[in-house]
Ligand binder design. Structure first.
Ligand SMILES: NC(=O)c1ccc[n+]([C@@H]2O[C@H](COP(=O)([O-])OP(=O)(O)OC[C@H]3O[C@@H](n4cnc5c(N)ncnc54)[C@H](OP(=O)(O)O)[C@@H]3O)[C@@H](O)[C@H]2O)c1
Length: 232
């Protein structure tokens, strides 16, 4: 199992996962891209090396199964519709002590509906659904749902967004902080318990609606009156 100085992204070839990988690699972090197909992960990793123009970017490619079996800090970045099947397929690869950061938003688009509406999730949020579908000894946090993939991809610009991090233990929320702070423009905000993820996820539907009405791509959120570091 690798140490906490790297992060592995399940679905790291997709819009959100790849965008996060790009930003973290640009910040000099060690990034591990996962895909159902290792070749696709390799392509995603190469694209990042090409953009950053450096062979030294610390980026590796794995199948999702390999990734989960060997990485202590993971991100889940797959569409809501395949969240449960993805976790079920990977269930036996998880190891005690790992943490999974969920960035899923249960948009109605999953069932052919609107991107400005959320589906009801029995557990309360997509993140809590994830928590139910991983082994009990895996910590789950929720973060990055309010950042658009477009903003992440646009490497020349800051990502103007506060990142509300939710997890049941304060230590697990803090474990996400360096990954938030590595993305220029993002500020860590302690979002409290995992159950608050339902509120954060719903903000994304609101932001998508704002993007449409104001003809933008990258609406984000800022919480006022907090210390600049977001520390309690
Ligand atoms: N896009 C955004 O702006 C944005 C913003 C905030 C949050 N999010 C959340 O981030 C998550 C990922 O969004 P995204 O836009 O990055 O999704 P995406 O590009 O459609 O898919 C992400 C990855 O999921 C895997 N995947 C796709 N369909 C699959 C299927 N049928 N079965 C198994 N794996 C499948 C693919 O990886 P492989 O084929 O390589 O395995 C794909 O590259 C979603 O839950 C979304 O709500 C997205």
């Amino acid at each position: 199992m690798n140490t906490d100085d790297s992060i592995g992204i399940i679905g790291g070839t997709g819009a959100q996962g790849w965008g996060l990988a790009l930003r973290w690699a640009a910040a000099g972090k060690k990034v591990r891209i996962g895909s159902r197909l290792k070749e696709r992960a390799q392509e995603g990793a190469q694209k990042i090396r090409d953009i950053l123009g450096t062979k030294s970017a610390e980026i590796e490619a794995f199948s999702n199964t390999e990734l989960v079996a060997t990485t202590s800090l993971l991100v889940l970045a797959v569409p809501f519709a395949v969240q449960i099947p993805t976790l079920t397929a990977l269930r036996h690869s998880f190891r005690s002590g790992q943490m999974l950061i969920d960035c899923t938003v249960p948009l109605e688009t999953t069932v052919g509906g609107s991107a400005v509406r959320l589906l009801g999730v029995w557990e309360g949020s997509a993140a809590e659904q994830t928590a139910r579908h991983v082994p009990a000894n895996i910590a789950v946090a929720a973060a990055f749902q309010n950042i658009s993939a477009d903003a992440l991809r646009n490497i020349a610009s800051l990502v103007e967004c506060d990142v509300l991090v939710c997890a049941d233990a304060g230590d697990n929320r803090e474990r996400v902080r360096p990954w938030v702070e590595a993305i220029p423009g993002c500020r860590y905000v302690d979002g409290g318990r995992l159950e608050n993820a339902r509120l954060v996820e719903s903000l994304t539907a609101l932001l998508i609606g704002l993007n449409r009405r104001y003809k933008m791509k990258d609406a984000g959120i800022r919480i006022t009156d907090l210390p600049e570091s977001g520390r309690l």
